[in-house]
Write a protein that binds this ligand. Structure first.
Ligand SMILES: COc1cccc(COC(=O)c2cn[nH]c2)c1
Length: 242
């Protein structure tokens, strides 16, 4: 997979070169290219934004600069690409989104700032490639760069060879629709707190049941919306005790 990121703050994407993802890039499992949007400005001030038509606060990113940048980035590789624009106004980015994008040959991320990017950039791109305006959560960041770090990590970890022990989709958290329950490791007792007995019993059935009960309990407490969204047959009789 090739990943391109267009941004006015290329330095913000430096963490992509670190650790696990950095090693995956070095191993050629994924290619990452970061581009400075200002490379496609032609004025001395390298302007990338302008006042919004219709008035209102803030500035909007200019379509001409983005159009030239995306043309150039897309032309750099013949693989078909999906354009992704992180925005608070986007559709929710979920694990299922990451799973879907992991199958793409190429992702191009456009990092918006200010009040956003002139809508014609997305509309014009959508005429020739799949475009997703996505939100990583209901809060407002200053720019899309941090959201790109989140999404690139969520997608890259699903690519073959990136993680040491391959995370099979069904074992991934959220895959059974529930939150992960509590986890424990040595020592047996720490600051007077002990590991639940069942986890040391060696009874795998009891352990599986205990873990599912804790996942159901936590999901009901923290994310009742996920519980409500479960298909009817997802919960068995023992589950319904919660
Ligand atoms: C494209 O236009 C804009 C404008 C303002 C900020 C951003 C950055 O994205 C977010 O703030 C965000 C993404 N998911 N949740 C929040 C993009």
């Amino acid at each position: 997979m090739r990943i391109d990121v267009v941004t006015i703050f290329p330095g913000y994407l430096a963490p992509l070169r670190e650790a696990l993802l950095g090693r995956a890039i070095e191993a050629g499992l994924v290619e990452v290219a970061v581009h400075d949007l200002r490379d496609w400005t032609h004025d001395v001030h390298q302007a990338v934004d302008d006042a919004p038509y219709g008035g209102g606060p803030g500035m909007v990113m200019k379509p001409q600069v983005w159009g030239e940048a995306l043309d150039a980035v897309l032309a750099a590789d013949e693989r078909p690409a999906r354009l992704v624009v992180p925005t608070p106004a986007g559709r929710p980015f979920r694990q299922s989104t990451a799973q879907a994008w992991a199958g793409e040959q190429r992702l191009v991320f456009a990092c918006g700032r200010y009040e956003g990017i002139d809508q014609r950039v997305v509309d014009e791109a959508a005429a020739r490639m799949p475009v997703d305006e996505v939100s990583i959560g209901d809060y407002v960041l200053v720019g899309g760069e941090v959201a790109v770090l989140v999404m690139v990590e969520a997608v890259a970890r699903l690519l073959p060879g990136v993680l040491g022990n391959p995370v099979s989709a069904e074992q991934d958290s959220f895959s059974d629709g529930l939150l992960e329950g509590p986890a424990y490791t040595r020592p047996l007792t720490w600051r007077g707190l002990s590991v639940p007995e069942v986890l040391r019993s060696g009874h795998h059935g009891a352990i599986a049941r205990w873990r599912r009960d804790r996942a159901l309990e936590r999901t009901a407490d923290r994310r009742p919306d996920l519980l409500a969204a479960l298909p009817a047959d997802a919960l068995d009789a023992a589950d319904r005790a919660f």
